[in-house]
Every structure is written in C-alpha cells, then in structure tokens.
Design a protein around this ligand. Structure first.
Ligand SMILES: CC(C)(COP(=O)(O)OP(=O)(O)OC[C@H]1O[C@@H](n2cnc3c(N)ncnc32)[C@H](O)[C@@H]1OP(=O)(O)O)[C@@H](O)C(=O)NCCC(=O)NCCS
Length: 155
C-alpha cells in the first residue's frame, strides 16, 4: 500500500482562477507517495474562454530534494497546436493567487535549452538562482533533464 502524504490541512483549490483569455479548471489533488518520493500535487487544465483545452499546469506541494533540485513547484505544458500565445505565462499568473495561499515564493525550474520555458519563467519576473546538475534518478533517466536552471518566483 503506498503511503499517502497529503496533509489534511491542504486547502481546496479555488473554483475560479483566471488571467486574460486563460481559465484554470481544477482536476484533482493527487496525494503524495512517500515511498516513491512523490509530493502532493494540484492538477489543473488550462482552458481558453471558449472552453478549448490548451494544456495543463500542476502545483506541487513539498520541499524534497527532487522538488528543490529538479522538478520545482510549478510544472506546465501547452499542446503544440496552441503554443506561441504565451498561455503558459497566463496560466502561471492565473494560479498565482492560489500559490500565495500556501507559499510566499516557489521554485520553478527548466532545462537550460528549453527556451520557451525559460522565457516564460523570466517574463513572469522570477529571479534566476543558479544552474545545477541533476542526478540520473531525479531526472528519471532523461538525459536532457540532467541540468536545471532554478528560479525563485514570488507569485
Ligand atoms: C514551455 C511551453 C509551456 C511554453 O508554451 P507557450 O505558453 O505557448 O509559450 P510561447 O510559445 O508563447 O513562448 C513563450 C515565450 O518564449 C519565446 N520562445 C518560444 N520559443 C522560443 C525559442 N525557441 N527560442 C527563444 N524564445 C522562444 C516566445 O517568443 C515567447 O516570448 P515572448 O513572451 O517574448 O513573446 C511549451 O513550449 C511546452 O509545452 N513545452 C513542452 C513542455 C515544457 O517544456 N514545459 C515546461 C517545463 S518547466
């Protein structure tokens, strides 16, 4: 049996998180699993005003080595067909109000060669901390994820 590590005190996700054309729809709070070194994470779909689903954003709650050195607290992706409109940045701005209820600031990371992600994070106003090596285990054996740029974002 996996050990759930969702603290009972985690708040419910708000019904409405909006920025510009982007609305976040809460999907689930996935409990952590201490044995797998997984922390709890809130999952949201990123929708446009007309309901089109353009991607997802996740908010991870925890302070493990994997969060600090690899994953960060915020993860996002936009479907290829909908890239090029800055929706990931709008999604981060939409989730900011909720993030603030849990953390004063969070870590966001990206692979150094992920220019769209880098630009998204930098345009949010996040502060560059450093670039670190990531262990093969933390990178889930993905060679492209063996280095990460780390940023501190005050939402
Ligand atoms: C990262 C990602 C979410 C960004 O999607 P998006 O919101 O559509 O981002 P955009 O394509 O609008 O690009 C955002 C910015 O990066 C810039 N950019 C995009 N590709 C670039 C490139 N190859 N080189 C330099 N800048 C680039 C854009 O010009 C834009 O800059 P601007 O704000 O000054 O206009 C998307 O590329 C993606 O899903 N990638 C795969 C998953 C991923 O890498 N997630 C991030 C993990 S942290």
């Amino acid at each position: 049996m996996p050990t759930p590590i969702t603290p009972p005190t985690l708040p419910p996700a708000p019904d409405t998180l909006v920025c510009g054309q982007v609305t976040l729809r809460f999907v689930e709070l996935v409990p952590g699993d201490a044995e797998e070194d997984l922390v709890p994470s809130y999952h949201f779909r990123i929708l446009l005003t007309d309901g089109t689903d353009v991607g997802h954003i996740n908010f991870l709650i925890g302070d493990t080595g994997h969060i600090r050195n690899c994953a960060g607290h915020i993860g996002f992706a936009i479907h290829e067909a909908h890239r090029g409109h800055g929706y990931a940045r709008l999604a981060c701005q939409a989730i900011a109000r909720f993030v603030r209820t849990i953390y004063d600031d969070v870590l966001i990371t990206c692979n150094p060669d992920n220019h769209a992600s880098r630009r998204t994070i930098e345009r949010l106003g996040a502060e560059f901390i450093d670039e670190v090596n990531v262990s093969a285990a933390d990178a889930h054996e993905n060679p492209q994820a063996r280095r990460k740029r780390r940023y501190r974002w005050t939402p």
